[in-house]
Design a protein around this ligand. Sequence first.
Ligand SMILES: Nc1ncnc2c1ncn2[C@@H]1O[C@H](COP(=O)(O)OP(=O)(O)OP(=O)(O)O)[C@@H](O)[C@H]1O
Length: 632
Amino acid sequence: MDYFKNLLQLLKVERDEDRAQYRRLTESTSVTERRANGLTWYPIAIRGSELGRGDYLTVEVERTTHQDTAHQFRVGMPAVFFSNHAPQTDRVEGTIAYQGGNRLRITLLTDELPDWSRDGKLGVELLFDDQSYEQMEDALKQASLLADKHESRIISILAGEKAPTFHPQPVVPPLRKLNESQQRAVEAILAANELAVVHGPPGTGKTTTIVQAVNALLQQDHRQLLVVAPSNTAVDLLSEKLHAEGVRVVRVGNPARVSERLAALTLDQQMADHRLMRDIKKSRKQANEFKSMAHKYKRQFGPSERAQRKALFDEAHRIMKDVAQSEQYIIEEVLGQAQVITATLVGSNNYLIRDRRYHTVVIDEAGQALEPACWIPILKAEKVVLAGDHCQLPPTIKSAEAARKGLSETLLEKNVSLHPEAVRLLNEQYRMHERIMGYSSQVFYGGQLRAHGSVAGHTLQSDDQPMLFIDTAGCGFDDQLDGTSSINPDEAAFLIRHLSQTVAELSAVYAPADFPSIAVISPYKQQLAQLNQHLLATPEVQPYLNSISVNTIDSFQGQERDIVYISLTRSNAAGEIGFLADIRRMNVAMTRARKKLVMVGDSATLSTHSFYADLVAYVQEHDAYRSAWEWL
Ligand SMILES: Nc1ncnc2c1ncn2[C@@H]1O[C@H](COP(=O)(O)OP(=O)(O)OP(=O)(O)O)[C@@H](O)[C@H]1O
C-alpha cells in the first residue's frame, strides 16, 4: 500500500538524518568534546555489578567529574562501556538500564567484567539507536504486506480506507470518579469494534479516563490488554495508576524513575519474587562453582584432567540450560497472570513479549508518538484506543525534509480528521483558572473546554489577576541571535525583575513550605541561560529557588505549575517570530499555569501572526493587558 511505502520512505530520510547528526557529534576524536556534547560520560567509577537474566552483567557506574554537564543518556538506549587506554578494542556494548543523577546502570553483552576494567580510564558512550528504527521499519513492512492482502480491518481503518464500526452501546453504570465527558469516552471505548479516540486537552483527566476504561474493558471480556506510550515516564505513570486501581500490571522494560512501588510492577521484580526463583539462584551458583573449578586446571594437564575439566563444563552448561528453561516458565507464568502489560511503543517488541497478541491496545500520549512506532503495538491487536491531544506539540523530527513531507503528522491527528465519529473530547479541565484556559479553548478546542468548579476561580491571593500579558513593544528590548538560537537579554532582565516582585508579594502571604510552584519558560534554549543568569543575580529570589524551574516550552509539555512566566523573546522590526509560529507550542506554554500566567513579549512583533493579534485582543478584553512601561 502506498500509505506504508510513503511512511517507510520518510522514516528512511529521518534515520539518515538522525545518524548524520549523531556522526557529527561523535566524529570528534576527543573524549572531551564528546563529553561536552552529552554523549559520553568520562571518567567513571564502577560502583557495583550483578548478573541478571540470560547471564548478562549489569554494571553500575558513577561519573566522578563534570557532574553538571548536560547529557542525553536515557533508559533503553544502546551504549558502549570502554577503556580510554584502547577505546577501539577494549569495549563492550550494552543497553542503559537505569539513569538517575550521576549514576547509570548498563547491561552488558557479557557475563563478566573485562580485565581492562581494572586499569581505570573508563567511560560510557551512547551508540546510535539503529534498533528502534529497525523495529519501526519491520512494522511498516509487515503492515504494508497485510494491507496489500486486505487481511486486517484495523489497518484499513487507520489508513483511511474503511470506516470504524461500533456495537450497540452497552449499558455502563456511571463510573465512580468520572465526569460526563470522561464517561462518554469510556462508553465509546467499550462500544468500538476497532477504534476509539480520546481527545484530552490539558488537565482534563486523560489518564484517569484511560485507567477507568481499562477496568471496564477487563470487566467486559477479561482479555489481557497492552497499554503503551512513547516515553518511559508516561508508561511509568500509567502503570502506577492502573496498579492503584487494583489492576494486575506487568511493566516490561526499564522504568525511567526509581520507586519501590514501580519496581514491584516490573517483570524483573515479579520474576525475582517468584517461588521458583530460589532454586534458580541455587542452580546458578552451582554452575558458577563448576565453571570456576574447571578454570582451575592449569595449561599443562593430562588426558584425565582434560576429561574432568570437560565434565565440569558440560555439567555447568546443562545446569544453565535448565535455568534458562525454568526462567522461561516463570516469565510465561508472570505474563500470563497479568491483566495489563505496559511498555513503551518500541518496548512492546521486547523479546520477552514480542510474539504476544492482544485484542485491544491502548496508546497514551499518542499526540507525541511517531507514527511508525505506533504500528509496532498496533500490529499485535484488533482494536486500538488512541489517547492524546494533537493540539499540543507533536514528536520532534530531526529531518526537516521528513517533517515537511508528513512524518510530524501523528496517527492521532490523522484519525481525528478521518474518523470524527470515533472521537470523544474530554471537555472539563482540573488545572487552570477559567481566564487562563479561555483563549486556548477558543482557538484549539472549539470553545468547548470548561473549568471544573474547584479550579475555575482559583487565584494566589483574593484580588490577584490570573493572567497578564506584559507588552514590551517600544521598550527597545531587541532580540539577537546567539548561535542558532534567539535571545533577548533585556526582556530576560525585565521578566526576572517582575518575578522577584511577585515572589516578594507572595512571601508575605505564603509560608515557605507551601510556597507556590513557579516555572519560567521560553521557546529558545539560549534564552534560558539569560533568564538563569538574572535569576541567580537577584538576591530576593534566592530563598525560593527550589520552587522555581526554568526550561523550554517543549520540555514542559505534560507538566503544570501554580505560576508560569513565558519569555516570548522575539522582538524585531521585521516581525520574525521563528517557531512561535507553531501555535501548538504556545498552546502548551499557556496551559501549564494553574493560578497565574504572565506572558512577557512584544505585541508589535508577535501580532504579525493572527494568533498573537487575537491573543492581545483577548487579554485587552479581560483587563489583562499591561505595558512594560508601568514597571520601567
Ligand atoms: N472526574 C474527575 N473528578 C475530579 N478530578 C479529576 C477527574 N478527572 C481528573 N481529575 C483530576 O485532574 C487532574 C489531571 O488528571 P490526569 O492525571 O488523569 O490528567 P491527564 O489528562 O492525564 O493530564 P494531562 O492534562 O497532563 O495530560 C488530576 O489531579 C485528577 O485528580
